[in-house]
Design a binder for this molecule. Structure first.
Ligand code: NAP
Length: 445
């Protein structure tokens, strides 16, 4: 890290004790931006780094709810409104027992730069709760979502803050959240949440967008190297929203996904994942990945194993943060991996990133590679604002263009700063420059 930037990082640690994931996300960005300060001394003068590392607003609230047996539970809700220099705060809600303020801040911080890379008018924010939806009935999920929104509604709005889904929050949860928002406010304000159902204001392709976008991004990285996904063996971790649609698009682009996972274990399916079966198990029955293996004779299930042991040429971590370590990266490199794209947020540890960069692997960091989801959310807001509805084809084409543009922006920025092929530096610098420039224009606020 540049010595001029280091004190700002020390300040982040000092001001946010114990928030390890936030420290990690801040470090990753700050490590890249020394050269930007040399080029733009006004950013230092306006204390942009210190301001960008401090959320504009952090909201923490109590969420009481009752389970089906009548027992009362108390959860904690969060919304961190990080930066609105480019537009209303935009970023998902995560429902998972691991959620705490540090996790929400790391995700919100990443979101600022990711959203800037889309070149759409959206700021950065993130939220969620330590609620665990696993094993809960639809009624319990609904009661929790209603209680959560009963506090959150006063902080959000189509011009203020527009949440969406993330881990544990899909279309079902967005439905219950939107229903409660509408009931409390008496406004059919479609643009207040994205990831809605198609018949009540959602955009086509939003469900598929993050996974599809990540696959488009890999293909762009490979194109630069006169290569493509066609015929490549691919491993995708996770089996949730991002993973399922990453697998779908990889298959459409000619690749073969031979492994996917959940938090209990992974499946290895050398003939290629049967996507219809996976969707049936995960989206319809809400089952586990071992249920897939039980119904697929060629597949093996490895309980508690490490999915990165499966040999592949392309790896797409699409589950959660820090799921791919330095050791896993070394295994992948040893097995001949040529490209890695992060569908999840910060899934690769700093040691893992270093291994990939040193080995010359095309490495697409999450803030660039998984930006297709939030970009399509912005397209959903656009359709809501104009009371319009685009076709699947038009929306997917727009998504593919956006991903190609993000790739080009990161690639060109890395070249401009003398780090050709380094998408980590390219994405951090390009995202930071956009937000910093807007912050200077808006004055000291
Ligand atoms: P999801 O539908 O809830 O799926 C998450 C998947 O990851 C599940 O298969 C889950 O398995 C697995 N997982 C979660 N924690 C894990 C752990 N500790 N170890 C191993 N596997 C774990 O969530 P999602 O929307 O696909 O999100 C996945 C990642 O993409 C997250 O990092 C999210 O922030 C990022 N992302 C999502 C979007 C979006 O549009 N949804 C956009 C950008 C980035 P279990 O069922 O066992 O928990």
């Amino acid at each position: 890290m540049d010595e001029k930037v280091e004190p700002f990082y020390d300040e982040v640690i000092h001001r946010n004790p114990g928030e390890l994931e936030f420290h990690q996300a801040a470090r990753e960005v700050l490590t890249s931006i020394g050269p930007v300060l040399a080029k733009h001394p006004d950013f230092a003068e306006h204390k942009i780094i210190q301001r960008i590392c401090e959320p504009e607003r952090q909201i923490i609230f109590r969420v009481p709810w009752q389970d089906d047996r009548g027992e009362v539970h108390i959860q904690r809700g969060f919304r961190v409104e990080f930066n609105s220099a480019l537009g209303p705060y935009k970023g998902g809600l995560r429902f998972h027992p691991s959620v705490n303020l540090g996790i929400v801040k790391f995700l919100g911080f990443e979101q600022i730069f990711k959203n800037a890379l889309t070149e759409l008018p959206i700021g950065g924010g993130k939220g969620g709760s330590d609620f665990n939806p696993r094993g809960r009935s639809d009624d319990e999920i609904m009661r929790f979502c209603q209680s959560f929104m009963t506090e959150l509604y006063r902080h959000i709005g189509e011009y203020t803050d527009v949440p969406a889904g993330d881990i544990g929050v899909g279309q079902r949860e967005i439905g219950y959240l939107f229903g409660q928002y509408k009931r409390i406010t008496n406004r059919y304000e479609s643009g207040v949440l994205t990831g809605k159902g198609i018949v009540w204001g959602g955009a086509l392709v939003r469900t598929e967008a993050t996974g599809y976008g990540t696959a488009f991004f890999v293909d762009e990285m490979l194109k630069v190297r006169d290569d493509s996904l066609d015929g490549r063996t691919v491993v995708v971790s996770g089996s949730g929203n991002v993973a399922i649609y990453a697998i779908e698009k990889v298959h459409q682009l000619g690749g073969r996904v031979v492994g996917c996972s959940d938090s209990d274990g992974y499946v290895h399916d050398p003939k290629g994942i049967d996507l219809e079966l996976l969707k049936e198990v995960k989206e319809v029955q809400r089952g586990r990945i071992r249920d897939y293996a039980e119904r697929r004779p060629n597949a093996t299930y490895v309980r508690g194993g490490n999915i990165w042991d499966i040999p592949c040429q392309v790896a797409m971590p699409c589950a959660t943060q820090n799921e791919l370590t330095g050791r896993d990266a070394a295994t992948l490199v040893g097995n001949g991996v040529v490209a890695v794209a992060e569908g999840a947020n910060m899934p690769t540890t700093p040691e893992g990133v270093e291994v990939f960069l040193d080995a010359g692997v095309a490495f697409g960091p999450g803030k660039a590679a998984n930006a297709g989801g939030v970009a399509t959310s912005a397209l959903e807001m656009q359709q809501n604002a104009s009371r319009d509805r685009w076709t699947f084809r038009r929306t997917e084409q727009r998504l593919a263009e956006i991903m190609a543009d993000i790739h080009e922006l990161c690639f060109a920025t890395a070249e401009e700063y003398g780090m050709p092929g380094n998408y980590v530096a390219g994405s951090n610098i390009a995202g930071f420059q956009r937000v910093a420039g807007a912050m200077v224009s808006l004055g000291l606020i």
